[in-house]
Design a protein around this ligand. Structure first.
Ligand SMILES: NC(=O)C1=CN([C@@H]2O[C@H](COP(=O)(O)OP(=O)(O)OC[C@H]3O[C@@H](n4cnc5c(N)ncnc54)[C@H](OP(=O)(O)O)[C@@H]3O)[C@@H](O)[C@H]2O)C=CC1
Ligand SMILES: Cc1cn([C@H]2C[C@H](O)[C@@H](COP(=O)(O)OP(=O)(O)O[C@H]3O[C@@H](C)C(=O)[C@@H](O)[C@H]3O)O2)c(=O)[nH]c1=O
Length: 299
C-alpha cells in the first residue's frame, strides 16, 4: 500500500533528507514556504496551510518546517509560536478530519535540563525558551487533536545541507585562533539523514501497526557536550581534510554562564531512545558515526 504524502519544509536539514527517504513510500508532494501548484506551503498562513491539506487529501503529512532560530525566537515570539505551535495544531486538526497520519518533529529543548538522567517521553517538560515553549505547545495540540501521529523529539541536528553547530565551528575555526565552547550542556548530535531514515521506517511500520503511533525520542546514541562535539569536529576535519586551513589553536571549555545568549539552553539534553528502538526494532548508531560521514562529505 503506497502513501500519498505531503512534506512541508522540504529545504530544511531534515526536509531535504526526507525528500530522499520518503520517495520509495509513495507519491510525495514536497513544499517549501513558497508552495507549488497552487498549494500554500507557508506555515505562517494558517488558512493557506489548511487549504493545501484539504486540496491534496494526503494520507500522511510530514511537517519538517519550523522556526528553529532559538535566540531570535526570544524577540519574535508571535512568529515563532505561529510556526511552532499554531501551524502544527492546524495540521493536526486537518489530519484528524481526513483520517491522515501527521509526522512532526520536536526537541530536547522542551525539557528544563535538570538532572543527569536521559529524559523519557513521559518525563515532565519545562521549556526554558520561547522556542522550547512553542515546540511543546505544538506537540500538545497534536496529541489533543486525536489524529494519528508520530512526534519525534530529536536533538542537536546537523546535515551537509543547512546551518548547524558543526558548520558554525568550522566557519569560526577558520577565522579565529581561540574559541570558547560550553562544556556543561549534554546531548547527542543527530544527523538529519538518520532522522529521515527512521521516519520512513516508522511510517512503513504504522501501516501494519497503527497502534504504535505516538511520541518518541529519536537521537543518535551516546552523549557529549558542545565543547567535546566541537573538538571532534576539528579532529575529524584535520584527519579527513589535512590541507584545509584552520586558524583555531585553542578551544576553551567554559560553563554556560560564561557564554550568555538570549535563550537559555538545557544543561541535560540527553534523550532516552529505548521506546523508539524497541517499538520499531531499530538500533541507533553512535553520534560520531554520522558526523564523520557528513564532515567527509562537505570538507
Ligand atoms: N536543528 C536542530 O538542531 C533541531 C531541530 N529540531 C526540529 O526538527 C525539525 C526540523 O529542523 P531542521 O531541519 O533542523 O530545521 P531547519 O532550520 O534546517 O529547517 C526548517 C525549515 O522550515 C522552513 N520554514 C521556516 N519558516 C517557514 C514558514 N513560514 N513556512 C514554511 N516553512 C518555513 C525553513 O525554510 P527557509 O529555509 O525558507 O527558511 C526551513 O526549510 C523542526 O521541527 C525542529 O524544531 C529538533 C531538535 C533539534
Ligand atoms: C557558536 C557557539 C555556540 N556555543 C554554544 C551555545 C549553545 O549552548 C550551543 C549551541 O549553540 P547553537 O546556537 O549553535 O545551537 P542551538 O540553536 O542552541 O541548537 C539547538 O537548535 C534547536 C533548533 C534545537 O532543537 C536543539 O536541539 C539544538 O540543536 O553552543 C558555544 O559555546 N560557543 C560558540 O562559539
Amino acid at each position: 500500500m503506497s502513501s500519498k504524502i505531503l512534506l512541508l519544509g522540504k529545504n530544511g536539514q531534515v526536509g531535504w533528507e526526507l525528500q530522499r527517504a520518503l520517495a520509495p513510500l509513495g507519491h510525495v508532494t514536497a513544499l517549501d514556504r513558497s508552495g507549488a501548484d497552487g498549494l500554500c506551503g507557508d506555515l505562517a498562513d494558517l488558512e493557506g496551510i489548511a487549504g493545501a491539506v484539504r486540496q491534496l487529501k494526503p494520507n500522511v503529512i510530514v511537517n519538517a518546517a519550523a522556526h528553529t532560530a532559538v535566540d531570535k525566537a526570544e524577540s519574535e515570539p508571535e512568529l515563532a509560536n505561529r510556526l511552532n505551535a499554531e501551524a502544527p495544531a492546524v495540521l493536526a486538526r486537518e489530519a484528524a478530519a481526513l483520517g491522515a497520519t501527521l509526522v512532526h518533529y520536536s526537541t530536547d529543548y522542551v525539557f528544563d535540563g535538570t538532572g543527569q538522567v536521559p529524559w523519557l517521553e513521559d518525563h515532565p517538560t519545562g521549556p526554558l525558551s520561547v522556542y522550547g515553549q512553542g515546540k511543546l505547545a505544538g506537540e500538545q495540540a497534536i496529541r489533543e487533536s486525536g489524529c494519528s501521529h508520530l512526534i519525534f523529539r530529536t536533538s542537536w541536528v546537523y546535515a551537509a545541507r543547512g546551518g548547524n553547530f558543526a558548520k558554525t565551528m568550522l566557519r569560526l575555526g577558520a577565522e579565529r585562533e581561540r574559541l570558547t565552547v560550553i562544556d556543561d550542556q549534554w546531548g547527542a548530535p543527530t544527523g538529519a539523514d538518520l532522522i529521515a531514515d527512521v521516519t520512513a521506517h516508522a511510517i512503513r511500520h504504522l501501516r501494519s501497526r497503527p497502534s504504535d503511533a505516538g511520541t518518541y525520542h529519536l537521537a543518535a546514541s551516546g552523549f557529549t557536550t558542545w565543547f567535546s562535539y566541537a573538538k571532534h569536529v576539528f579532529d575529524t576535519a584535520r584527519s579527513v581534510a589535512p590541507s584545509r586551513e584552520l586558524a583555531v589553536k585553542d578551544i576553551v571549555p567554559v560553563a554556560t554562564e560564561a557564554f550568555p545568549l538570549p535563550a537559555p539552553r538545557p544543561r541535560n539534553s540527553r534523550l532516552n531512545t529505548q521506546r523508539l528502538q524497541s517499538t520499531f526494532d531499530l538500533v541507533l548508531p553512535p553520534w560520531q558515526q554520522g558526523l564523520e560521514r557528513m564532515l567527509a562529505e562537505i570538507l
